[in-house]
Design a protein around this ligand. Structure first.
Ligand SMILES: CC(C)(COP(=O)(O)OP(=O)(O)OC[C@H]1O[C@@H](n2cnc3c(N)ncnc32)[C@H](O)[C@@H]1OP(=O)(O)O)[C@@H](O)C(=O)NCCC(=O)NCCS
Length: 379
């Protein structure tokens, strides 16, 4: 497809999966990575949530539990004449990804679109979204999902759109919000983005850890591991990941129970090694039964040593009310500080209505740092 705009003509293409990042066709992925990183900086103010080209290649290669299709808008002529000779990746002016879950949630596809700031309002985002929707439709998907981000949650009023849960608002003047609302998307839920700046007061952390340990009592024992789950906990951990998909509040998001087993966990570990990511996991064993009652994990990317992402935290329903959430979180944070003293920021997203999780984060020193909207559109 070639489209003419006032200044640039461009073509939407699927990104091939290069054998390595030095392969002759790798420029499409490298260009997509550059546009996506710029989009992430534009939305959040830094590249913390961006990914390295290596991580994006690993995601493209992996098709165990999810298949990813990447699309790019490529300028037919050099967009900045003279300055980018020899750098074909500079011709990529927009990019999209389509995530197609394979083990569960086969009704859905998660899309993300980014257009270079200099090329916005020319229909490139819409063309990429249409192409992404066509990929999803061809794969039998009936629901598109997408996220928008705001650095500051707007006050209630005419400039804000409320979450259907009643908790959380997004900015109506966010370009992505304006863009999605125009084409039949609806807001399904709002997450709070929270950030913890390190170092934290070690005494405060220890006090929370000691209080939680006292409340939990002698029945629980902590285990901490890295990317690879010890064989002993493999199936248990898979069970906790499955529960995570049903127990975290979902608002109006049509996300159905995920199917996890040890094989899927191991496949994810292989992908993480390939991507250059590391995990840090702390779980609480219920000693009388020998089963895992709670866990939390950090995702440590390779593109920065200053930032880590706080991922899932779950306490199994029968074990709630024993401060296990605080127990595993403080232990994992102490392990992180020991292992990665370079980390300056921990970021996390939680449903704005999830007051139990938010209360733990606030007590640890996390502060609100924006909101993320989850949007849906039937196909
Ligand atoms: C959201 C984004 C992808 C839109 O890309 P784009 O190429 O500018 O979008 P289009 O040109 O196809 O816009 C189509 C329509 O959306 C609406 N729209 C887009 N940007 C808008 C803005 N800043 N303000 C108001 N309306 C806007 C308009 O109705 C526009 O049509 P018009 O220009 O004829 O008025 C782009 O702003 C972007 O990359 N943002 C950062 C990343 C992001 O937030 N991605 C969305 C998450 S999936």
């Amino acid at each position: 497809m070639t489209t003419t705009t006032t200044t640039t003509t461009w073509t939407v293409r699927e990104v091939p999966v290069p054998t390595t990042l030095d392969a002759p066709d790798a420029w499409l992925l490298l260009g997509a990575n550059r546009v996506r990183t710029a989009g992430s900086i534009d939305v959040w103010g830094n590249a913390d949530r961006a990914d390295s080209p290596q991580a994006e290649l690993a995601e493209l290669r992996d098709s165990h539990a999810e298949r990813t299709v990447r699309l790019v808008a490529v300028a037919d002529e050099s967009p900045t004449p003279g300055s980018d000779a020899g750098d074909p990746a500079a011709a990529v002016i927009g990019e999209a990804s389509v995530g197609l879950p394979l083990r569960d949630n086969r009704h859905s596809a998660l899309v993300e679109v980014n257009v270079s700031a200099a090329h916005r309002r020319r229909g490139i985002g819409t063309a990429l979204l249409d192409a992404a929707a066509a990929v999803a439709r061809a794969d039998g998907r009936t629901l598109l999902m997408a996220h928008t981000g705001d650095r500051v949650e707007p006050p209630a009023g005419p400039g804000a759109l409320e979450s259907p849960t009643g908790a959380g608002r997004v900015n109506l003047d966010n370009p992505a919000v304006a863009w999605l609302r125009r084409t039949g998307w609806t807001l399904a839920q709002v997450d709070r983005r929270s950030q913890l700046d390190l170092p934290v007061d070690p005494a405060l952390l220890r006090r929370h850890a000691d209080d939680a340990a006292a409340a939990a009592g002698a029945d629980y024992r902590l285990h901490t591991w890295g990317t690879d789950v010890p064989e002993q906990w493999l199936e248990e951990y898979a069970g906790l990941l499955a529960q995570m998909s049903t127990d975290a509040p979902l608002g109006d998001v049509d996300w159905r129970p995920e199917v996890w087993d040890g094989e899927r966990v191991r496949a994810q570990e292989r992908m993480l090694h390939d991507a250059g990511y590391e995990l840090l996991v702390t779980a609480a064993e219920h000693v009388p039964t020998g089963r895992l009652a709670a866990f939390t994990n950090f995702w440590m990317p390779s593109h920065t040593d200053e930032y880590v992402h706080q991922g899932d935290t779950l306490v199994v329903a029968a074990h709630r009310g024993h401060r296990l959430g605080m127990l595993v979180k403080t232990a994992n944070l102490e392990a992180l500080i020991r292992q990665r003293p370079s980390v300056q920021r921990v970021g996390t997203w939680n449903a704005q209505e999830n007051r139990w999780m938010l209360a733990i984060n606030v007590a640890l020193g996390f502060r609100p740092a924006g909101v993320s909207g989850t949007w849906q559109r039937p196909l």
